[in-house]
Design a protein around this ligand. Structure first.
Ligand SMILES: [Fe+2]
Ligand SMILES: [Fe+2]
Length: 157
């Protein structure tokens, strides 16, 4: 399998402009790459399973972390976002079960690619929505600050 088929390269297009979340996402990306590298290298099943377990644990923690911040920011779609996390956790668990039952390395590779896709899709489709929300909020804040500055008053935010 060519590396480009499974490797995720971190780039600014994956950034949500929130350093503590970007840190989580970068760790996640590194873990997915580690998992897929292990599959490509035909590492034994317990090694791959250990990586999957770690990834699921980290994902669960990350989802919780993200949801705390979404609540703090009063992100309007936070309930829907949390529901997507719950859905993703169920999908991860299903893929892990399928993995546990599979004993052909080709099938393992497909499972690894599937997890990568779930992660990237969520990041690009769902997490980017709150990035856009935060950007709009930030721009609105700057607009207010500019107006206040014109009035000669102190910035309000
Ligand atoms: Fe998310
Ligand atoms: Fe996320």
């Amino acid at each position: 399998m060519k590396e480009s088929e499974w490797k995720i390269n971190w780039s600014d297009t994956l950034s949500v402009d929130v350093p503590e979340i970007d840190d989580d996402h970068q760790q996640f990306v590194a873990r997915v790459n580690e998992l897929n590298q292990a599959i490509v290298d035909c590492r034994d099943k317990p090694t791959v399973e250990r990586l999957l377990d770690l990834m699921l644990m980290e994902a669960t923690h990350h989802f919780w972390h993200e949801q705390q911040l979404l609540a703090k920011w009063k992100y309007p779609q936070r309930a829907a976002h949390a529901a997507k996390h719950a859905q993703l956790t169920v999908q991860f668990e299903r893929v892990m079960k399928e993995f546990e039952q599979a004993d052909v390395s080709f099938t393992w590779a497909l499972k690894g690619l599937h997890i990568k896709q779930l992660l990237v899709d969520h990041l690009l489709q769902e997490d980017m929505k709150y990035r856009d929300f935060l950007r709009k909020k930030e721009n609105a804040g700057q607009g207010l600050r500019k107006r206040d500055a014109r009035k000669g008053s102190r910035p309000s935010v």
